[in-house]
Design a protein around this ligand. Structure first.
Ligand code: SF4
Length: 330
């Protein structure tokens, strides 16, 4: 591992100021992804700013009925929070489907949002072609083995999937990211938070240098109490998603009156399934509607040589998720 300086920040303003002054600095909290990448030589920060002492781990109910989660809240604390489980089961299930209990006890909400892709060509510094790791070096995955890669949101520069389960649920729930930067604070809708790779896959979010995630806000969404996260992976005990679906449906008298659908494992960022939502809303909650929504979703998929299977897997997973949310049998 490359040597680095270490600062334990006791104040958010100092942490932000230090990170702005040193663009080679990185914030560290749980470190469950960053330290692995540093050991592999994929991440080489010159300074780590430890933010674990900042008072940002509370999970609190808001007057409007929503919930605010501090960026340093551990994944396991969020997953087992009673209000989260009752109001947003999709988020609890997404968190519990990710990593292992030990990792969830360490990993934070802010770090989960910013975890890096598990594209093999990115995480192995021995490969010389990876535009995300070395801008302008090419993409080894496009002509290479791309079974785990994306079918939505790809570019000629990068086809890597975003690895987070939690972020998929947050996209479905229209979460808001709170940040602190040199100019003060700002709120960013999660739909605007992640960037498509286009020709700069090394830039993954709209965060400016030194900008710190301070909290995630879940808007009040009564019908999210009827929600579910369905994840399909090679190894059920511990693996990243091949395909995942976060679904919340509002059903009145057998009609779907509102829907929020997020997809994981299939796109270069946590993906909002707007076509599925469009088909679902206003339609009866039945098998025909579920099939139509799934078909509308896969219509624009662009698979690579080795991941055609994801298109059909996504169709089936969507339908299964809709049945599970509605309590029906397939
Ligand atoms: Fe790198 Fe993206 Fe290509 Fe993977 S898909 S090798 S992360 S540029």
């Amino acid at each position: 591992m490359q040597p680095f300086n270490y600062l334990r920040a006791s104040d958010a303003a100092i942490a932000v100021k230090t990170a702005i002054q040193d663009h080679q600095a990185k914030f560290i909290a749980g470190g469950t992804n960053l330290l692995d990448l540093m050991k592999e030589g994929v991440e080489t920060p010159q300074q780590l700013i430890d933010i674990n002492d900042l008072p940002r781990s509370q999970i609190e109910r808001l007057p409007n009925g929503g919930i605010r989660i501090g960026a340093l809240a551990r994944n396991s604390d969020v997953a087992y929070d009673e209000n989260i489980q009752r109001q947003y089961p999709v988020l609890s299930e997404a968190l519990l489907s990710g990593a292992s209990p030990q990792l969830r006890n360490m990993a934070t909400v802010g770090g989960n949002l910013l975890q890096r892709t598990r594209c093999y060509y990115f995480t192995d510094a021995g490969f010389s072609s990876c535009n995300k790791r070395i801008p302008g070096s090419g993409c080894a995955a496009i002509p290479g083995y791309n079974r785990i890669h994306a079918i939505f949101g790809t570019s000629d520069c990068c086809i890597a999937t975003h690895p987070s389960d939690m972020a998929v649920a947050l996209v479905a729930l229209d979460a808001i990211i709170h940040t602190q930067n040199a100019n003060g604070t700002r709120q960013i809708a999660i739909a605007d938070f992640y960037l498509l790779p286009e020709d700069t896959p090394d830039r993954e979010t709209v965060l400016e240098p030194g900008e710190l995630i301070t909290a995630v806000e879940l808007p009040p969404l009564l019908f999210a109490a009827r929600s579910h996260y369905l994840k399909v992976r090679d190894r059920a005990s511990y693996d990243f998603a091949l395909v995942s679906v976060a679904a919340a449906l509002d059903i009145q008298d057998g009609q779907i009156t509102d829907a929020r659908i997020g997809l994981g494992g299939v796109a270069t960022k946590p993906w909002k399934a707007t076509e599925a939502e469009r088909v679902l809303i206003g339609s009866p909650a039945n098998a025909s509607t579920f099939e139509a929504a799934a078909l509308a979703t896969i219509h624009d998929a662009k698979p690579q040589q080795y991941n055609h299977f994801k298109v059909e897997l996504l169709r089936r997973t969507l339908v299964q998720a809709f049945f599970q949310v509605t309590g029906g049998e397939q």
